[in-house]
Ligand binder design. Sequence first.
Ligand SMILES: C[S@@+](CC[C@H](N)C(=O)[O-])C[C@H]1O[C@@H](n2cnc3c(N)ncnc32)[C@H](O)[C@@H]1O
Length: 275
Amino acid sequence: MNYRHAFHAGNFADCLKHALLVWLQAALQRKPGAVFFLDTHAGIGQYDLEGSEAQRTGEYRMGIARLANPPLELADYVGLVDQLGLYPGSPALIRARMRPQDRLACCELHPEDATVLRRRFGRDAQVAVHERDAWEALRALLPPTPRDALKRALVLIDPPFEAPDEFARLAEGLVRGHGRFPTGVFAAWYPIKHLAPPRGFHLALRQSGLRDIITAELWLREPLDASRLNGCGLAVINPPYGFEQAAEAILAALLLRLGTGEPGEGFRVTRLVDE
Ligand SMILES: C[S@@+](CC[C@H](N)C(=O)[O-])C[C@H]1O[C@@H](n2cnc3c(N)ncnc32)[C@H](O)[C@@H]1O
């Protein structure tokens, strides 16, 4: 486990994932019923972009730093980031908008990161921090309990993609999680370095028997150099009403600000599998 998100916090991939996450959370909260949030790869929750890790890579300069004075489509997300001060990761973003009836479970396998996360949320009765494996947690923490109170869920799966079989594990994890809680909304982030792995992932999802899947992808350049993060995507199962249109608008706004002008940049929102 070498991946540390502190080096990458605020990069364009975080912006895509978090802007869509903020929209998904708001969509689930249109109804008053309680929502269970499961963040399977949580990281440490907040990041100091002035700190040595973020400064070493400077990735945030091509990401969140370019979103000041955002257009309407990004205003909710960027407003929340600004409001939270220290740059928020997914658990902090989710927690900021939780209502009294909502619950959040965060899983983080790296012992040091889990300790930081536990310290951050230690006294918070609405948040549970687990130092445990994400893939195992999808079985153990779904369906949410108590079942009568928590009938809806948003599951964010955001692996570091260090292992060569991470796309296969992600597809399996989605099938497993969905099997445990078929009405849950599942959002899975994935990298686009070169085209074959994400296309294989799409095929695995199409063949999995899962229904109602939309992917939202952004490329900074043509995905030819497999050593670079050329783009990324979010696959959403059971997307709330209006996700396709909202994702189109969010991605278009992100590309305007984060685009590099290199050949092949673009975005696409695709209905991968029908309802
Ligand atoms: C991309 S980062 C998460 C970033 C976070 N979701 C956010 O948006 O702010 C991935 C995290 O997953 C953790 N991790 C790696 N393998 C894991 C596993 N099998 N189970 C749980 N966490 C894991 C890493 O330590 C890392 O902190």
